[in-house]
Design a protein around this ligand. Structure first.
Ligand SMILES: NC(=O)c1ccc[n+]([C@@H]2O[C@H](COP(=O)([O-])OP(=O)(O)OC[C@H]3O[C@@H](n4cnc5c(N)ncnc54)[C@H](OP(=O)(O)O)[C@@H]3O)[C@@H](O)[C@H]2O)c1
Length: 211
C-alpha cells in the first residue's frame, strides 16, 4: 500500500523500519523533511520524504504518530482525507489531577476526536498498546503479540490488519471506533506496567486461547 507516516519520532521511525521490505511504498511526513534524522531514516528504510500534507495527499493509508498536544493543528493541516484509511496510534496523554494520564475517556476518546478532525476519513485506532520498540522487533516473543484495532469501516480494518500482520502482530478486531475508549486505557496500562510497575518495555499483550 501507499503509506504515509506523519511524525517520524519513536513510533513513526519504528514503523518505517518495521514496514521496510514488506512491499509498501512508505513516505515519511515530516515538518522538516531535510532534517538529518529524517534523511537518515529514509535512507535506511527506502522511504520517501515529504512535508506532512504532501505525504498524506498521496497515500492510501495515513499513520498519525504525533504527540497528542500538537495533534489537532497538525492533523487538520493534512487537508481533506475523506475516504482515506487513517491509523491513529496516539494516546491522548497529558497532565491530569492524578498526574500524567489520559485526558479523554469514558464518554469519548482520542480515536473519536481524531475522526471529528478528519470528516469522512476511515479512522482505525491501533498501535497504541505497546511501546514503539515492539512495533518492529517482536519475532522472538513466545506468543505473537496481539494488537487490537477499533474502527467503523470493515474494509479499512482488513487493510490495517494486513499491515499489523506485516509488523508481526496478531490483529484483533475490537469493534467500532467507540472501542477506542477501551484501547486507550489499555495503552495506559502498558505504559504504567512498563514505567511504574517495573516490567520494562520489552513485552506486549497476547491473546491466547485453548485449542
Ligand atoms: N513512544 C511509544 O512507545 C508510543 C507507543 C504507542 C503510542 N505512542 C503514541 O504515539 C505518538 C507519538 O509518540 P512518539 O513517542 O513517536 O513521539 P516523538 O518521538 O516525540 O515523535 C513525535 C513526532 O511528531 C512530530 N511532530 C510534532 N509536532 C508536529 C507537527 N506540528 N507537525 C508535524 N510533525 C510534528 C515530531 O517532529 P520533529 O522531529 O520535527 O519534532 C516527531 O517526528 C504519541 O501520541 C504517543 O502517545 C507512543
Amino acid at each position: 500500500m501507499r503509506i504515509a507516516i506523519i511524525g517520524t519520532g519513536n513510533v513513526g521511525g519504528t514503523l518505517a523500519r518495521g514496514l521496510a521490505g514488506k512491499g509498501h511504498a512508505v513516505t515519511l511526513g515530516a515538518r522538516n523533511p531535510e532534517a538529518p534524522a529524517v534523511v537518515e531514516l529514509a535512507a535506511a528504510t527506502g522511504a520517501a520524504r515529504a512535508a506532512p500534507a504532501a505525504a498524506a495527499g498521496g497515500a492510501e493509508l495515513v499513520v498519525l504518530a504525533l504527540p497528542w498536544g500538537t495533534a489537532e493543528a497538525a492533523v487538520r493541516a493534512l487537508g481533506d482525507l475523506s475516504g482515506r484509511i487513517v491509523v491513529d496510534c496516539m494516546n491522548p496523554i497529558g497532565r491530569t489531577a492524578a498526574g500524567l494520564g489520559l485526558t479523554l475517556g469514558h464518554t469519548t476518546s482520542g480515536g473519536e476526536t481524531v475522526a471529528g478532525w478528519l470528516p469522512g476519513a476511515r479512522v482505525v485506532k491501533t498501535l497504541n498498546q505497546v511501546g514503539a520498540e515492539i512495533m518492529a522487533d517482536n519475532a522472538a516473543m513466545p506468543h505473537r503479540p496481539a494488537m487490537f484495532m477499533a474502527g467503523d469501516d470493515a474494509a479499512a480494518k482488513i487493510a490495517v490488519g494486513g499491515v499489523l500482520a506485516d509488523l508481526g502482530f496478531q490483529p484483533v478486531d475490537a469493534g467500532g471506533l467507540v472501542r477506542s475508549r477501551l484501547l486507550e486505557p489499555l495503552g495506559m496500562l502498558w505504559i504504567t506496567q512498563a514505567l511504574l510497575q517495573g516490567k520494562g518495555r520489552n513485552w506486549a499483550f497476547a491473546a491466547v486461547a485453548q485449542t
